[in-house]
Design a binder for this molecule. Sequence first.
Ligand code: V47
Length: 354
Amino acid sequence: MDILTKLERGERLDFKEALALYDLDLFTLGHYASMRREALHGKKSYFNINRHINPTNICKDICKFCAFSAHRKNPNPYTMSHQEIMAIVEDGVARGVKEFHIVSAHNDQVDLEWYLGIFRKIKERFPQVHIKALTAAEVNFLAKEHGLQFGALLDLMIESGVDSMPGGGAEIFDEKIRAQICKGKVSSQEWLEIHRLWHQRGRKSNATMLFGHIEERSHRIDHILRIRALQDETGGFNCFIPLVYQTQNNYLNVPYPLTGQEYLKTIAIARILLDNIPHIKAYWASSTLNLALVAQEFGADDLDGTIEQEAIQSAAGAKSRNGVKVEELVHLIRDSGFIPVERDSLYNELKVWT
Ligand code: V47
């Protein structure tokens, strides 16, 4: 059976068929991705009112793509005190922030209690807020640094107040590419195992893919299919997030950024292949807001949120440092023909903005 017939029938594609999707023209891909998006979500586009906090940039690992961690190209190491973090949280909650997205570097100069105490203090003061924290790369680092099994650390995170896990640290699962861009960091197998264990605890998480650097299309397909396989097993992923590699201030020499066309094709292919993951996020901090809005026509149904302070993409060149105002995000979603739906971190609908 040819691929178009399979797409028409909504059937699952294998690796070879999935790779061949890239040879279809953008609008054909957009058509099939939109069919899936609309069947799941209609014209709704989700966002949340969130605040990113990056409590430290001191990192034991050196990923070649990273401009956030304190290294020779970015020599400004910092580690926030719990007091500083709580001041940000107090201010955010007072203005309506409902989710704190907390991602750090792999800091061996602070103890485990410094990491976990952040969550406990936030939850003691504001039990209602959602904490999305610690990527699988951080979990891997902390577990090894402090002699814990992954499961034991995940239990400590839950006891301390972490609600869900962000999707970072996945990068590209292909082991050869991984060895070139982030040698020594969490392996692909470990990343998947940490999310498996998290899902087995009844918790939700996201999955990212960093692309537009030295990987090939086949590596992206391999990555997406490994996520699909784990989702078949656990059902614990809420959303998939293709992150566009930002080219500045890091050690990967990639002269040209990814094209808009390649981004949209990848969003559409992810929507088509991931028949078991409810949401595809166009993370505007890495794609630009403009392209994220277009991505709504190619399968994306989630635009992340207001973010307020973005440090990882912007360190590498993205224009996302100051987040986006909720009114602007709503206006942009509405004016691009979609329905802005404020969601909580687990995708329960909070408010349809009119
Ligand atoms: O894993 C680092 C990426 C990720 C660069 O779960 C870069 O909702 C582009 O976890 N160019 C961390 N990307 C961010 C993360 C995240 C972000 C948004 C939403 C969610 C979610 C999670 O940032 C890392 C890495 O892939 N990153 N450097 C760069 N130069």
